[in-house]
Design a protein. Structure first.
Length: 91
């Protein structure tokens, strides 16, 4: 027959095992949740990187010198002055 002291020790050990098992379950769940969140963030980062590259290409196209010159000439009626009409202002 087990003494009361042995039963208490077995109860404490059983409780410790259950608490340990629950801790492992929680840690595993938390790890998977965080890994899933990490993957979503990496996907978002990759999508933003692609969008950034597209915006840089678009900015390059919109700021192309020949395009700006064409708009200035066609829409604003601007022309490149002849060298005789250029005046250099000195400070």
């Amino acid at each position: 027959m087990m003494s009361a002291k042995e039963r208490v020790i077995i109860g404490i050990v059983a409780l410790a095992v259950v608490v340990s098992a629950l801790s492992v379950i929680y840690a595993t769940h938390r790890s998977r949740s965080l890994f899933s969140e990490l993957q979503k963030m990496q996907r978002t980062r990759d999508e933003l990187d692609v969008e950034w590259g597209q915006l840089q290409l678009e900015q390059s196209a919109w700021s192309n010198n020949s395009r700006i010159e064409s708009i200035a000439r066609d829409k604003l009626g601007m022309i490149v002055p002849t060298p005789g009409k250029i005046v250099i202002v000195k400070p």
